[in-house]
Unconditional design. Structure first.
Length: 291
C-alpha cells in the first residue's frame, strides 16, 4: 500500500503540469490529445517487446481495455478544449469533480461501494476545490463549450476509473496501457481527421510540448496512477487526484500569470484535508475495536 501511495503522489505531480502545457495553445486540443497517445504508444512499444510483459488478455478484458482507451482519449480531448477555452484552474475544477461521479456510479456498477469516510472526504475536498478557484467564479460559470466539456471530462474520467479498476484485476499494467493507448490513438486520429484538425505544421516548441505530454503526463503519470489504481480503491485514487488542482494552480501562477490568493491557499489546505479523510477509516475502525 505504501508503494501505491508513493506512486500516486508522483503521478499526480506529473499530470499537474498538463493544463499549463495545453494552455500555451501551441497545438489544437484534439490533435494534441492524439499525439499525446500516439507518442506514448511509440515510446512504450520497444519496452513491451523487449521485456515481453505484454500478455494477450481474454476477449472480455481486451474489449474493456480498448473501451477504456476510447473513453480516456475522449476525456483528454474534451479537457484540452476546456482548458484552451477557459483557464487552467477552472477546467481543473470541473474535470476534478470526477470523484463525485465515481462515487455515484459505483453505487450502481461495482461491488466495492463508497464508505462514509469517502463521502465526507469528497464533500470537504470539493469545497476546498471550490474555495481554491473562488466561489464567485464557480457561481458564475456559464453553460458554454468550455463549461460543458469540463463537466463531460469529469464524467468520462469517472467511467474510466471504474472500468480500468475492474480490468486491472485480470490484466497487468503494461498490457492494459498498450491496448488502451492503441485504442486511444486510433480513436483520436479518426476524430482529428473528421474535424479537420492539422496533423503537421507546428512550431518546434509545439512538438516539444507534445513529447513532454507523452513522456511525463501520459506514460510516467499513468503508469504510476494505474499501479496505484490496481492496489487501492478507485474512489480513493479519484479523490486524491484532486490534489493536482493545487499544483496546477501554483504552476499557472508561476508560468502563465494566473493569480493566486490567500483564499486559494486556504482552499488548497482544505482540499488536502478532505483527501486525507478518505484514508483514515481503518484507523478509526481499529480505535473503536480496541475500545
Amino acid at each position: 500500500m505504501k508503494k501505491a501511495r508513493i506512486a500516486l503522489v508522483i503521478g499526480i505531480f506529473c499530470i499537474s503540469i498538463f493544463p499549463i502545457l495545453v494552455k500555451l495553445n501551441l497545438t489544437p486540443g484534439v490533435i494534441s490529445a492524439f499525439y499525446r497517445m500516439l507518442f506514448s504508444l511509440v515510446l512504450l512499444l520497444p519496452y513491451v517487446l523487449i521485456s515481453k510483459q505484454f500478455k494477450i488478455p481474454d476477449l472480455k478484458a481486451g474489449l474493456l481495455a480498448v473501451f477504456c482507451g476510447i473513453v480516456f482519449g475522449s476525456d483528454v480531448a474534451v479537457w484540452n478544449v476546456a482548458i484552451q477555452e477557459s483557464t487552467a484552474t477552472q477546467a481543473s475544477l470541473l474535470t476534478n469533480l470526477s470523484p463525485v461521479w465515481v462515487g455515484v456510479l459505483s453505487l450502481f456498477f461495482i461491488k466495492d461501494k463508497p464508505r462514509t469516510n469517502f463521502w465526507i472526504g469528497t464533500v470537504i475536498a470539493v469545497f476546498g476545490m471550490m474555495m481554491l478557484v473562488g466561489f464567485t467564479v464557480f457561481k458564475n460559470l456559464d453553460f458554454d463549450l468550455a463549461f460543458s466539456f469540463g463537466v463531460l471530462s469529469g464524467v468520462l474520467y469517472a467511467f474510466y476509473m471504474l472500468i480500468s479498476k475492474e480490468v486491472l484485476k485480470t490484466m497487468n499494467v503494461i498490457s492494459f496501457m498498450t491496448l488502451s493507448l492503441l485504442a486511444s490513438s486510433i480513436h483520436l486520429g479518426i476524430v482529428s481527421y473528421a474535424i479537420n484538425e492539422p496533423f503537421t505544421g507546428f512550431t518546434n516548441a509545439g512538438w516539444l510540448v507534445l513529447v513532454i505530454q507523452a513522456v511525463i503526463c501520459q506514460l510516467l503519470a499513468w503508469f504510476l496512477i494505474s499501479y496505484a489504481t490496481q492496489h487501492m480503491r478507485a474512489t480513493r485514487v479519484s479523490v486524491s487526484l484532486l490534489g493536482q488542482g493545487i499544483l496546477a494552480s501554483l504552476l499557472a501562477w508561476m508560468f502563465i500569470d494566473e493569480t493566486i490568493s490567500l483564499q486559494m491557499v486556504l482552499g488548497g489546505f482544505i482540499l488536502l484535508f478532505g483527501i486525507r479523510v478518505t484514508f483514515i477509516e481503518k484507523q478509526i475502525f481499529k480505535i473503536k475495536k480496541a475500545t
